[in-house]
Design a protein around this ligand. Sequence first.
Ligand SMILES: Nc1ncnc2c1ncn2[C@@H]1O[C@H](COP(=O)(O)OP(=O)(O)OP(=O)(O)O)[C@@H](O)[C@H]1O
Length: 372
Amino acid sequence: MYVKNIRLKQYRNYGDIALQIENTVNVIVGENAQGKTNLMEAIHMLAFAKSHRTSKDKELIGWNHEFARIEASVEREHRHVDLEVILSAKGKKVKKNGIEQKKLSEYIGACNVVMFAPEDLNLVKGGPNMRRRFIDMEIGQISPVYLHDLSKYQRILKQRNQLLKGMFPVPSREQELTLEVIDEQYIEAAVKVIQRRYGFLQQLEGWASEIHTRITQGREQLELQYDPSANIHAEMEASALAEQLRAELARRRENEIRRGLSLAGPHRDEMKLLVNERDVQTYGSQGQQRTAALSLKMAEIELIRSYVGEYPILLLDDVLSELDQHRQSHLLDAIQGKVQTFVTTTSIESIKHETIERATVFTARQGQLEKQ
Ligand SMILES: Nc1ncnc2c1ncn2[C@@H]1O[C@H](COP(=O)(O)OP(=O)(O)OP(=O)(O)O)[C@@H](O)[C@H]1O
């Protein structure tokens, strides 16, 4: 799939621009603060209806404007889809082929995007919430039903926490009975999320470990592990998993009431990345962490292709020049001719010559993009 054209109106520092885009590598070159990342963010918005760098949509609206609009035409293998995201003080609207989609889960997936930005190193170096966010977003784009299950789980979690808070120091009989009912809903929703995440990680690991071994020329083995917050075995089938979670909740009940918090469940689960059997977050060098992040992103591209039957669009925001020649070559060789790619850089010299020769180059200057 590829973005054939895009129009941005009052989005960040863009006034009103329209671009025709080729299904190749597109390099956006420009000095700092010219709008390179803003364009990447707009394409990310098309896929996820969410920015990769802020949760506050109003920051995306051009200063002194009432609304912002992103419109694009995306070519898919046997069809084409028009997408539109409109942001205003009233909220966000998303449209697919001109029809407003009330549920984001019905919109997401119309176009698939993999983004690799410097912050992605936090996937390896950062806290568990970064990895949970990564897993949730990536499963969401290949399986919108997952987003529905996840938000159901989050809704029940909120209710459960509220109930637990009111149960301290002495729970009433009524509260205890309500907790029993909520626990069953909580377990059912949690099991769905855990199983989906576990399955996703296994598939992702298949690709990521192969890619990682190739990049490190056989020196390193990458493993991804689902590391649950409860004493459960994520690989078990649903009823056994539910049983384990039920036992775990019973064991932790007193503590949960004392703290007014749910202490076991997907919201606290972790994904571990091991290189040669050691946690790369704790023991990995900068280079190993960078390679692990790159392997994950490259694996994601393959995983999406295996699900949707087409390669996603790749956004490389300010990372290509950060990769040494060896890692750059691995990435570029894997995508060349197959994946529509957007690369931003302040210095065109940092990108391999052969890539530039075959790429379309745009210059970003003060909210304008000019094809070279
Ligand atoms: N809501 C907004 N309205 C107008 N301009 C904005 C808005 N939000 C950010 N900007 C401007 O957009 C510019 C930043 O653009 P962007 O982040 O795309 O830079 P960049 O070209 O990627 O730079 P760098 O190379 O430093 O990453 C800044 O000048 C910033 O002031």
